[in-house]
Design a protein around this ligand. Sequence first.
Ligand SMILES: Nc1ncnc2c1ncn2[C@@H]1O[C@H](COP(=O)(O)OP(=O)(O)OP(=O)(O)O)[C@@H](O)[C@H]1O
Length: 448
Amino acid sequence: MSSELAIRVANLSKCYQIYDKPRDRLMQMLMRGHKQYFREFWAVRDVSFEIKKGETVGIVGRNGSGKSTLLQMICGTLNQTSGSIETQGRIAALLELGSGFNPEFTGRENVYLNAAVLGLDRHEVDECFSEIVKFSEIGDFIDQPTKTYSSGMLVRLAFSVQAMIEPDILIVDEALAVGDEKFQRKCFSRLEELKNRGTSILFVSHSETQIIELCDHALLIDHGELIMNASPLQIVRSYQRLIYAPEAEQAALLEKYKRNDPLYDSAPSSPTSPTDSFQEASKETAVLNHYDPNLTPETTTIYPEQGARIKRIAIHDCNGDAVNILEPMKKYRIVSEGDFSEDLERLFFGIHIRSISGAVISGQRHPEDGKYIDRSQAGKRFRVEFSFNMNLLPGTYFVGGGVWSENSASCAHRILDAIMFRVQSSGPQNAFGYCNLTASPAVLSIEE
Ligand SMILES: Nc1ncnc2c1ncn2[C@@H]1O[C@H](COP(=O)(O)OP(=O)(O)OP(=O)(O)O)[C@@H](O)[C@H]1O
């Protein structure tokens, strides 16, 4: 394997033998393979990919798609049925909650045991022990058996051991979803630190923000197969589109992804594509200086219609004119219009604003959390207006919107990156990031 690579997986597969009855397992042993008493279940099938040193790669997929099985094989805690795995350097892994701990041992004993498994000798553990305990915030509990720990404490200690020993490869299986938000933030800043120091990180997450913000690229796994290996944003979009698609359309979508067909309806756009007609409907006659007809996203993703259809999303200024060049600190309205093709119950509308990297910066729903519009009838049109203060800093942003209802398993209709807008600069800024939350200028005093 080239010295640039940290992990190389080639044609990796895992087949489980499923016995419907315990008796079948016994029969299989007795018959010594003369007859087959089990069903084969391929949890991972012919997966190949490479991860370079220092890269962070996210794995995305539905429940049961084979993510954990794949990670366990890479860590060496599960044998593959066929294929090969090559890794370079020390691998640390955070798999199932507390799976590396012996519950009868104290936290301290488990730290030494865990570190020994990772190849550290006693002296090396002595050197980083206090750092591990400090990071985990376990305190005096470190000398209690880990069976007395809460799930949050277990994950804190497990993460601390794996992350403080500076592995070459770190594998994390969703474990970070456990633990309080403050600790999660600490874990992610530690992951960023490891990433900057050159650790290759492979992690499973259902959080689109984590995938987009941390990963260099990502893998989409479904039914044990590697469906796509692409940019984090593309993977997150494809995954969302897959899980929101009606069941009947999912197989075709997966085939399309596998063939590496253009992900978005708009790329390349055909004259009749839904994206074109949506964008045509959303296009406005130019309003002097504040509407740029060329400002249209190439990443528009239109979900299948399931009872509703959003026909147009637009931003209006205080005169009701459609705009997409916005001025900081002014008031605007985002308007979403469409119609219902089915009778729907308990519905709500939403819009969101995303950054270029795809992170959701802000969103609004109507009615508010926990409340719904009781019902709507097929054939009726809707129009919903969300008002907002333009507190975003100069830059380019994307707007998406959706209609959700209890009748449709996922959403009645949804469009990601429906339109885009630019916030103009209004001169030198004291604020940076995405939002301007400044209430009044900073006050400085320096001692004489
Ligand atoms: N020991 C086993 N014997 C038989 N089948 C198994 C075994 N372990 C896992 N599986 C099956 O393999 C498939 C993949 O499981 P895996 O845990 O890898 O999925 P996953 O993508 O990590 O799911 P989740 O997101 O729910 O954690 C599942 O259908 C699961 O039921």
